[in-house]
Design a protein around this ligand. Structure first.
Ligand code: ADP
Ligand code: ZN
Length: 528
């Protein structure tokens, strides 16, 4: 009722100002906070840096009892609890980093009603003993952070999250707030289903990160040099993250950038805990540190002034790309998401998926996600629009802050070239990889080709209008578009799919983006 609403609004604002020192709520924060204070369930979809934490912290301070915050990340938990304590809030965490005595102390505080917030890892929450304690403790709410981890459809599924299903059965009177910064439509539906949030209000702030400029370039074997130039031209002395797929490449790139005078530190699962910790600390505390990392780095890293995120490999999905690039520019200042990808990325990822040993349905799902990512790469229109549409966000104009908006790519009618490329696959028996096929198209003389008799077939030497790099790009593009599939057992050999047929038969046209040879003037244009 009105009296309640007014009371909750004024106490929430009071908490915001007196405890946090902020003047007013942002965007939907005020509505979310009110809704939860009055005991409602909520699903909060808000981009990174949008201010999700206050959505459960303020209600936790206004409502009676302890708020239980479920978070998958130990490091993040500790940071948040430290920050809360600095604001004079009584907060604690329970995770595997505590010893028995410390655990006892926190549990005592909980039972005595001395805590306003308790952060807890999902696997610990689900221990029978812990649940019994909670049965008898006064609780204000449950906050489920990184809620997309409950979804098997999502890209970051964590089995221990599934058990959170019991919360609504065991604690039906305690409001639940689920929060995430990455969830496409199916993932959102699965969160609602699994956490039984059917009656929850959904607060969707959209996922746009307007200050991030998206740029996806081709790797024609010079990604490393392009990366260096990108950093020197646009981000010298600034903090950034460079993502690579393998540990070996992480080490190699970190060493190389260091050799060019940058502070570039590696971070991957093959390093000792201490070393990783040390590099992370330096990244957080020092200015202008570049972390070169596998995807193991970044979850829960709360550094506001990361000015760029670079990918030297293709992410597995749009969610992964969005989440990784989302670590740039949390302070709202301009930041860059830069990526270089090439043919080999596509082939490697397809093979990894094919050989993963996962169930067929899982493989299909992963393939579908990779296809969507490739679609984003090959796109000739606004990247942001496509990205946000993938998350079911309405975004109906071109953004003016991505490479395609800033320097619209030229396209060309690639039908004839694609016919040659496809028929070369067919004539050689669908048993060869792209390098070999390009050699045949270019009429290379080598032992392998003559041994197979492919210097006698009709596609031998018919491709001199394009050079080696251009053919590889064309193959990458038609693989990305699903005209060819990569045989996972056959060392990267490619085979025709049904969608190739109309092109081969001349029944449909194929328009592709022209290869750009990035030159200085173009780069300058992209910067302004
Ligand atoms: P998220 O968890 O959604 O990534 P955070 O909760 O960490 O975002 O908030 C991002 C930053 O914005 C934090 O530094 C936070 O203190 C700040 N912030 C959030 N809400 C407000 C507000 N209403 N006024 C001022 N600063 C805010
Ligand atoms: Zn755009």
């Amino acid at each position: 009722n009105h009296a309640d609403t007014n009371a909750s609004q004024s106490s929430a604002l009071h908490v915001l100002q007196s405890v946090y020192g902020y003047e007013s709520f942002r965007n939907q924060q005020a509505d979310i906070v009110d809704h939860v204070i009055l005991g409602g369930d909520a699903l909060v979809l808000m981009p990174t840096g949008g201010g999700k934490s206050l959505c459960f912290q303020v209600p936790a301070l206004v409502r009676e009892g302890t708020a239980i915050v479920i978070s998958p990340l130990i490091a993040l938990m500790q940071d948040q609890v430290m920050a809360l304590r600095q604001n004079g809030i009584k907060a604690a965490f329970l995770n595997s980093s505590l010893n028995g005595m410390e655990v006892n102390e926190v549990e005592n505080q909980l039972m005595n009603g001395e805590l306003e917030l308790l952060y807890i890892a999902p696997e610990r929450l689900m221990m029978p003993r812990m649940l019994q304690l909670l049965d008898n403790a006064p609780l204000s709410l449950f906050a489920i952070d990184e809620a997309h981890c409950v979804s098997q459809w999502g890209h970051d599924f964590r089995p221990e999250y599934i058990k959170l299903t019991v919360l609504h059965e065991r604690f039906p009177d305690t409001p639940r707030v689920a929060l995430t910064a990455t969830a496409d439509g199916p993932t959102q539906r699965e969160i609602i289903e699994r956490l039984s949030l059917h009656n929850a209000r959904v607060f969707n702030d959209g996922f746009d990160r307007p200050n991030i400029r998206y740029r996806i370039t081709e790797n024609q074997g010079t990604a490393r040099e392009n990366l260096l130039r990108f950093i020197l031209n646009e981000h010298e002395g600034e903090a950034g993250i460079v993502y690579c797929l393998s540990r070996k490449k992480v080490d190699e790139i970190a060493l190389w950038l260091s050799g060019k005078g940058m502070t570039a530190l590696p971070y991957h699962a093959g390093m000792s805990n201490e070393q990783r910790q040390q590099h992370q600390e330096r990244f957080l505390r020092e200015d202008g540190v570049i972390i070169v990392a596998t995807i193991a780095f970044g979850m829960g890293i709360d550094k506001p002034d990361v000015r760029f995120v670079a990918h030297l490999n293709l992410p597995k999905s749009i969610e992964a790309y969005y989440q990784e690039t989302g670590r740039a520019g949390r302070d709202g200042q301009p930041a860059d998401a830069w990526m270089a990808y090439g043919l080999q990325d596509v082939i490697t990822l397809r093979q990894m998926q094919g050989n993963s040993g996962a169930e067929e349905s899982r493989k299909r799902l992963e393939q579908h996600k990779l296809d969507a990512m490739l679609g984003l790469c090959e796109l000739t229109t606004c990247r942001r629009q496509a990205l946000l549409r993938y998350f079911d966000d309405d975004y109906d104009h071109a953004c003016g802050n991505c490479d395609n908006c800033l320097t619209p790519p030229e396209t060309w009618d690639a039908t004839v070239a694609a016919q040659k490329a496809l028929s070369c696959v067919y004539r050689t028996g669908q048993r060869f990889g792209v390098s070999y096929l390009v050699d045949v198209l270019l009429g290379k003389e080598n032992e392998r080709i003559s041994q197979f008799g492919h210097d006698k077939i009709s596609t031998y030497g018919i491709g001199n209008e394009l050079n080696n790099t251009e053919w590889r790009t064309l193959y990458r593009q038609i693989i990305a578009r699903g005209l060819l599939r990569v045989d996972v057992e056959g060392h990267g050999s490619v085979q025709l799919t049904d969608t190739a047929r109309p092109i081969l038969k001349g029944e449909s046209q194929l328009t592709l983006r022209k290869m750009v040879k990035a030159n200085k003037s173009e780069r300058r244009k992209a910067k302004t």
